[in-house]
Design a protein around this ligand. Sequence first.
Ligand code: UD1
Ligand code: MG
Length: 459
Amino acid sequence: MIHDTSVIFLIGANILLSIFGAILTHHLIKEMSYLFIKANLSGKDLSKKGKPRIPEAIGVIASAVYLIVMFLFIPVPFISQYLSNSRIFSHIPPVNTSSTDSFNNAISYELVNYLAAMLSICCMIFLGFADDVLDLRWRHKLLLPTIASLPLLMVYILSADSTWVTVPRFDFICDMLKSQFGPITFLPIQGRDGLPFDLWRLCPRGQPINLRIFFYIYILLLAVFCTNAINILAGINGIEVGQSVIISGCILTYSILQMPQISLDIPDSLTLFRFSVICPFLGVSLALLWHNWYPARVFVGDTYCNFAGMVLAVIGILGHFSKSLLLFFIPQILNFIFSIPQLFGWIPCPRHRLPKWNETTDRLGMSYTGPFRPSSLPFMGRISFRFLKLFRLVDVKKQLGEDRKMVDMSNLTLINLALKIFGPQHERNVTVLMLVGQILLSLAGFGVKFYLAKLLYTS
Ligand code: UD1
Ligand code: MG
């Protein structure tokens, strides 16, 4: 719906507002941090000498500035389109009176996208702040993002309602294997032709399938995942904002790569939507990272983790990018899968799983679950424990307790796994290591998106 000539103007306005957002966030954090300490919104930096108290939930400043920037930006495309329709901007061609209705519908469609996005983001900021103040339970952290993302789901259903996905094609691999090993027909099942059913027929061949209700469930789960994934890959200075900055940088790059395709039709204005939602987010996050980088002067809090997760989920859902988005979340997905035994209570999960600081060496080492008896774990706990031990994904201290039958196991986080592989490190180095990993895996995500996808999806 947006004309080529005004795209440059819109992008320019968005970039300027994002720079304004970054500067404002930086100054507000500097000037308002003491208010958080006064209000007792502070946390102990557990990996520093004397465990100093520093302001927590500073993400609320970054998210408030983000909302200000977005509220200033949102009218820009619509007012300029409205004015262009009334021929005030002479360089923009007039819209046919007969097509005025469809023009207005398209404007409403885009405006609703932005407003639903802001509504869901606002809800998550509110929830995150409540979490920082009240220390919510895990069930709230799962339920509330689901409800907060309902406006997104409604807009998605009403505007696009595409629940089709294309299965990647593996036929060339299957055909190669079939020519090597021959047909697999040991099942006593017959095909329509009366011949034994060949298992190779199940090979995905790039056909589209309609997931219907399951696609909507996926969308809700995506919002829950994004809002919690950043919060559980946390606990060292700079990591929460650092990973969000890298993911949003990837989305921004992706949107820029899609820019040449922007034209008059509606789907391409989604690229502009992605760009204009992510750019201010990157601005405020960079300013926050400046203050949260080692040695942190502020903590971002759950407010920021929830806010960041929802911004990224919104771009995925309303930017029609929900499957590719996950390619930039590979470390978070791995961390989540790795954490499952502790998140589901199969293996003991202490309040904090952040790495343990050694005061003498000023290095971080693995943190542990606390002693437990493997035989008293639930069935899934025993299976996970064996699996983790077998593949050496955890460090286990054995023969503890009076009867020497207790063990202590390193916590199931990607940070601990990195420390197991690379040994104890200085806190700043651990953050750098994790962020370099995030960049490498995001680059792999780009590789999958642009090269592997071409191979697996083109007919
Ligand atoms: C999540 C993690 C928890 C981790 C915590 C740290 C899960 C299930 N939960 O819990 O394991 O310990 O985040 O953020 O994985 N802190 C630091 N240095 C930092 C950042 C945080 O010492 O760089 C400490 C501070 O004491 C701060 C506290 O962590 O006050 C914040 O924890 P909070 O965000 O409330 O923890 P959760 O999100 O519940
Ligand atoms: Mg947290």
